[in-house]
Structure formats: structure tokens, C-alpha cells
Unconditional design. Structure first.
Ligand code: 5GP
Length: 113
């Protein structure tokens, strides 16, 4: 059973896609938790951080530079932002396809809930 993100990658269901390249996709979260809430996902089906293979290291590095560039393009790099990756049950992960939350547009609190 493909995840919701795999179905978005395959264009089976619509999404507000703000960036795409051969390795990844960035889309606006359907239930935004901040004025800017974008999900950056690899096209490769990786369930979570815990499911990463050693050979995925370069891909993950690339995702971080995409996040850096997206934050600039979305105009939030100067004011700041938070990047969150939930892993597993206690981490609050609900979709089993690796994704980075890029959250911005309001001050973030610490500790996170
Ligand atoms: P997680 O809880 O796994 O860290 O994050 C999953 C995120 O995916 C949630 O923030 C949720 O709002 C978002 N999400 C779930 N289904 C969809 C969808 O169909 N479209 C979009 N754009 N986001 C979704």
C-alpha cells in the first residue's frame, strides 16, 4: 500500500508543490502548523530516519541544501525557521515516508510539545 506521499510523488493525488527535482519534492502541508509549513521529501521510498541506509547519506545531505534554498526562496531565511523530522510512534510520525517539516513565519517555542 503506497503512502500518501508516494501517491503525491506519482501524481495520483494533488498537492501544492513548491519545488521538485530528480531526487526530491517539496509541498505545502495540508494542515499547516505555522504560516509557512513545507514538507521536503525524497522521491526514494524511505520510511523514516531509522530506515535510512548508509548509502542514503548523500541524498539526505542534498535534502538539507534544498531546505536551505527553499527557506531563502520562501523569504524566511532571515527571520528564521525550524526543521523537524518525526521518527516513529513517540516521535509523532504519521506518514511512513521520510519527510522534513520546514516551519517558519512565527516564533518557535522550546521545548517542543
Ligand atoms: P508526520 O506527522 O508524519 O511528521 O507528518 C506528516 C505530515 O503530513 C502532517 O503534518 C500532515 O498534515 C501532512 N499530510 C498528511 N496527509 C497529507 C496530504 O494528503 N497532503 C499534504 N500536503 N500533507 C499531508
Amino acid at each position: 500500500m503506497p503512502t500518501i506521499f508516494k501517491r503525491i510523488i506519482d501524481r495520483e493525488i494533488p498537492a501544492d508543490i513548491v519545488y521538485e527535482d530528480e531526487l526530491c519534492l517539496a509541498l505545502r502541508d495540508i494542515a499547516p502548523q505555522a504560516p509557512t509549513h513545507v514538507l521536503v521529501i525524497p522521491k526514494k521510498e524511505i520510511a523514516s530516519i531509522d530506515a535510512l541506509a548508509d548509502e542514503d547519506a548523500a541524498l539526505v545531505g542534498r535534502l538539507w541544501t534544498v531546505i536551505r534554498d527553499l527557506a531563502r526562496q520562501l523569504g524566511v531565511a532571515e527571520t528564521g525557521y525550524r526543521v523537524v523530522v518525526n521518527n516513529g510512534l513517540d516521535g509523532g510520525q504519521t506518514v511512513d515516508h521520510l519527510h522534513f517539516h520546514l516551519l517558519a513565519g512565527r516564533p518557535m517555542r522550546w521545548p517542543p510539545g
